[in-house]
Ligand binder design. Sequence first.
Ligand code: PEP
Ligand code: MN
Length: 353
Amino acid sequence: MTKERMEQLREQIDEINFKILELMNERGYLAKEIGELKKSQGMNRYDPVRERKMLDRLIQHNDGPFDDATIEHIFKEIFKASLELQEIEQQKTLLVSRKNKKENTVINIKGENIGDENPHFIFGPCSVESYEQTRAVAKSVKEKGLKLFRGGAFKPRTSPYDFQGLGWDGLKILKEIAEEFDLAVVSEIVHPSHIERALDYVDVIQIGARNMQNFELLKEAGRVKKPVLLKRGMSATIEEFMLAAEYIVSQGNEEIILCERGIRTYERATRNTLDITSVPILKKETHLPVIVDVTHSTGRRDLLLPAAKAALAIGADGIMAEVHPDPAVALSDARQQMDLGQFDMFFKEIVEK
Ligand code: PEP
Ligand code: MN
């Protein structure tokens, strides 16, 4: 008898579960429609006043056996899930999203096709310090048959008393040397008003970690026809990183290379923590090429090679690393740049894999 009753009750519970499921999904469709309406009117999706009203009305009607706090908690979860439904819809429309464009974006920089599933390399000094120092590295890059050459002219330094870069003179040096060796220049621009003028000097505009959320700079970089190398902010989530790229694409420039360069965590064994899984996540979520800067993420010369191997193994489209003829006397990042001999070894090992 008890067994029979138990089965009966369970059957009723199963039926109610189905009804709840049906009602939940019905509610979900309505919430999505409301989301669309809000979007078309430019309204914010999250409406705390409306949520409060709904909760108050539910609690007024609550006759138990669940207490008010439990009812409030359960409905808060339902509201959250509905809001998430609306956000998934929103993400579908992001221009950088893979949902918007299935195929990889391939960026041609002087014949280097970044995103074509072959590894690409960007080497060069942290800062352009002099013509001779920059040329020595460029020569070594050229000898390896490589094309992409980096060097900072505008340096965003933590301390105002540290070397700030040679500015336009640095870009002139880069341009002259790149012309001599037929290389493509990647260099950071820090000011929105410099973008236009920088087009004469660089083949790729780098936007540094510290400027990932400099929205005016992003918008300006989005208005020109020049590839952008966008670095992940030091404390940026993957979503924030994607939205920073969206700022550029939404202005019309789709040529963006995303660069994972480590994030700040409590770990002090490395300069930053290389978030290696951000690479396959970004490759999955966006159609943009993703590279890894092994120098700024690890901050350790002894980790450059294993980090680069890991990055390529996990699907990165390229590697960035810093090289200096005499790192001990470098004006920035002296501890982590490779010298020319180490550079030869590093490159040999990475291509041989
Ligand atoms: C750089 O690449 O020169 C640089 C400053 O790196 P980040 O912006 O990643 O710190
Ligand atoms: Mn550096």
